[in-house]
Design a protein. Sequence first.
Length: 101
Amino acid sequence: MLKKRNISVYSDFKTGFFCKFFLILGLILLIFYIILWIIPLIVINENILGIILAFSILFLGIGIIVYFFNCQIAKLAKIANEVERGDKSENHKKVISKEKR
């Protein structure tokens, strides 16, 4: 039987950590690829260099996608916080002030 799980909007599913992890890993692989491409310190097969470049692009892409999710979850948490506090948005306040005039 499946248990019902309540997930808070403040839980970001560790997207901030994974964003940094994938971006840093992608950058490290890209720098490693560029160094080996310019100055061949270690003799590596061209196929392996292509694989390193492919993983670098893959990790950078995943990092950017996870960063997008992180931004969206942060916006959702901000909206949920405003709803919980009962604050009215700035646009709503402006509309009310114009109606009073």
